[in-house]
Design a protein around this ligand. Structure first.
Ligand SMILES: C[S@@+](CC[C@H](N)C(=O)[O-])C[C@H]1O[C@@H](n2cnc3c(N)ncnc32)[C@H](O)[C@@H]1O
Length: 252
């Protein structure tokens, strides 16, 4: 929304309502593929949402074997997959709906054959057979989709595609800012048939403890697992400040 119009709106409807509408409009953009394409055309430089490999390594190593067939959905300009293959992972297929970002990432990682990039809308992954992947990593992509106009239907379609393309013992790992109130309604759905366990991660990757390549003592950075299946009271997770959440989902 242009600045002038926003100021006029603030004057007529009150500053709090105007800011709320403006934030709402911005969030809706995150759910639109055109928004991401325009954004990457303007600035395809490296940007890491939430956590990098240093913060996620303990979780990734616990649930995903080095030789796993991994799909990362909505890769953006993340460096996570580069750090993973430089550590121990053998191959990662990365998809995004934006042609611009996929071309940019192909160029950036031209010398890394373990990383493959493909333009794909993760709500329709019919190009992959059922049971193709051992693991699907989603860092911020469900978050983008739930901002869209058809958020519930789109999120469901995307998650059903993830469930279908995972092997029966495969894992869908979601890294998000969303607490259980706003994310369990999507991932803990009978049609998906997943058991969901949760972790929370401090926002700061504790530079005292962690090197950029993820080596070091990261024990104090990650807390969990928590699951209502184990009788844990997971409500306390909803009140936490300055954390990200990880949802690890596996077929029951
Ligand atoms: C919040 S960004 C996260 C980027 C990256 N995973 C990271 O952690 O830095 C969300 C990404 O999802 C992509 N995206 C949004 N909707 C998508 C869809 N339906 N299919 C594939 N990618 C999508 C966007 O283009 C964007 O790159």
């Amino acid at each position: 929304m242009p600045e002038k119009v926003r100021k006029q709106e603030a004057a007529s409807v009150g500053p709090i309502a105007a800011v709320r509408d403006w934030v709402g409009e911005l969030l809706t953009h995150y759910g639109s593929q055109e928004y991401w394409e325009r954004r990457y055309q303007k600035e395809p430089c490296a940007f890491e949402w939430y956590q990098g490999y240093a913060g996620l390594k303990p979780l990734l190593n616990q649930y995903i074997a080095p030789d796993a067939n991994i799909l990362q959905i909505g890769v953006g300009t993340s460096s996570l997959q580069e750090a993973m293959v430089n550590d121990s992972y053998k191959r990662i297929l990365n998809v995004d709906c934006s042609e611009t970002v996929v071309e940019h990432m192909k160029e950036r990682h031209r010398g890394l054959p373990s990383l493959v990039y493909k333009v794909l809308d993760c709500r329709d992954m019919s190009c992959f057979a059922s049971g193709t992947f051992d693991a699907i990593i989603d860092k911020g992509t469900l978050d983008a989709i739930v901002c869209g106009e058809n958020s519930v239907a789109d999120a469901k379609q995307m998650l059903l595609e993830c469930s279908r393309t995972l092997r029966s013992d495969g894992v869908y790992m979601l890294i998000t800012y969303g607490d259980p109130r706003s994310r369990l309604c999507h991932v803990d759905n009978a049609e998906l048939g997943w058991d969901v366990i949760m972790y929370y991660l401090e926002k700061k990757e504790s530079p005292d403890n962690l090197n950029n390549d993820g080596h070091g003592d990261s024990k104090r950075h990650m807390y969990g697992p928590y699951s209502s299946l184990n009788g844990d009271d997971v409500n306390f997770l909803c009140g936490l400040q300055d954390v990200h959440f990880a949802y690890v989902c596996k077929r029951k």
